[in-house]
Design a protein around this ligand. Structure first.
Ligand code: ADP
Length: 267
C-alpha cells in the first residue's frame, strides 16, 4: 500500500443510518467483487453510505466527482512533462485499481459516455485496465471495487448511461429516508432537537410532493442538515429554512410562496 493511498483511508467511523438491508447487500457484492451502482436522488445518503462501507470493509476510498469535461486521461492517468523528461502519473481509477481501493465515481452520468467506457474492462471477469499510452495492461488488485452513483431524476436523452455500461453493475436503490429516520439523522448530524428536525422533515415532505409539479427535485436530506446547522449557529428557524430549503431548489415565485406557507404552517 502506498503512502498516497493511506491518505484515502476513512479513519473515523462515519455515521450512517441504514434505510433497509443495503449494508448486507453491499457486503455480499463486495465479497464477490461486483461493481455496484447506487441509484437515487441527490443528497439522500449515497456518498455517506460508500464512506461507511469503505470504513467497514477497511478499504481506502478514492472518490471522483464526475463532470462533462472529464476525459479518460483524467480517470486513467497521463504522462507529465518534467525537467528531466516525462513521468507517468496514475489517475484516480488506476490508483484505486492498482492498490486495491474502492473507486467511487459520483454522479457518473455527468461524464461523457466516451469517458465512462474506459471502466468497462474493469467491470467484468477481466478486471483489467489498459493503459494504452503507457503500454501497460493493469490487472486490478484483488481488493479493488468500482462503485458509481446515478440520479435517475436527471435522466435525459442527452445524458444517460449507455445500456452496455448500465448492465455491468449490480444496483441498490436509495431514496430519502422515511420521516422518523430522517428526523433522527438531521438531529444527530446537527445537534438540533428531534422535534424540530421532524418539523423540517415535514416541510421537505411537502416539497417532495411538488416534484414534477414545478419542482425537478425535492428538498434533500443534505439541505435539511444545512438548515439544522444554520439553526445551531443561531439563525432563526424561518430564515434557516428559507436559506437552506427554499432558495436553493427553486427560483419560481409561486413555488417559493407555497414552501413558505408550509414552513409557517409546520414550524
Ligand atoms: P448523496 O451522495 O446521495 O448526494 P450524501 O451521502 O452526501 O448524499 O448525503 C447528504 C447528507 O445527508 C450527508 O452528509 C449526511 O449528513 C446526510 N445523510 C443522508 N442520509 C444519511 C444516512 N442514511 N445516514 C447518515 N447521514 C445521512
Amino acid at each position: 500500500m502506498t503512502a498516497t493511498l493511506n491518505d484515502w483511508r476513512v479513519t473515523t467511523r462515519p455515521y450512517y443510518a441504514p434505510q433497509a438491508d443495503e449494508i448486507t447487500l453491499f457486503e455480499a457484492a463486495y465479497a464477490a467483487r461486483l461493481p455496484v451502482m447506487l441509484k437515487g436522488p441527490t443528497g439522500c445518503g449515497k456518498s455517506r453510505f460508500v464512506e461507511y462501507m469503505a470504513y467497514k470493509l477497511d478499504r481506502p476510498l478514492v472518490t471522483v466527482a464526475c463532470n462533462e469535461d472529464m476525459t479518460a486521461a483524467d480517470l486513467v492517468g497521463r504522462f507529465l512533462l518534467e525537467p528531466g523528461g516525462t513521468r507517468w502519473q496514475d489517475g484516480p481509477l488506476t490508483l484505486a485499481a492498482r492498490h486495491g481501493a474502492i473507486c467511487y465515481l459520483d454522479e457518473v452520468v455527468e461524464a461523457r459516455q466516451d469517458t465512462t467506457v474506459v471502466m468497462h474492462p474493469l467491470t467484468d471477469h477481466r478486471r483489467t485496465l489498459p493503459l494504452d499510452k503507457k503500454g501497460e495492461l493493469l490487472r486490478a488488485h484483488p481488493d479493488f471495487q468500482l462503485v458509481i452513483s446515478y440520479n435517475p431524476g436527471y435522466q435525459s436523452l442527452m445524458k444517460d448511461l449507455k445500456t452496455s455500461t448500465r448492465q455491468r453493475f449490480a444496483a441498490l436503490d436509495f431514496d430519502y429516508p422515511v420521516a422518523e429516520l430522517e428526523a433522527d439523522i438531521v438531529a444527530r448530524e446537527t445537534g438540533i432537537a428531534t422535534a424540530l428536525a421532524a418539523g423540517l422533515v415535514q416541510v421537505a415532505a411537502a416539497a417532495r410532493r411538488l416534484k414534477g409539479h414545478g419542482l425537478d427535485e425535492g428538498i434533500s436530506t443534505r439541505l435539511l442538515v444545512y438548515a439544522g446547522q444554520l439553526i445551531r449557529q443561531g439563525v432563526s428557524v424561518r430564515h434557516a429554512c428559507r436559506m437552506a430549503m427554499v432558495r436553493p431548489i427553486t427560483d419560481d415565485a409561486d413555488i417559493r410562496e407555497t414552501l413558505e406557507h408550509a414552513i409557517d404552517a409546520v414550524l
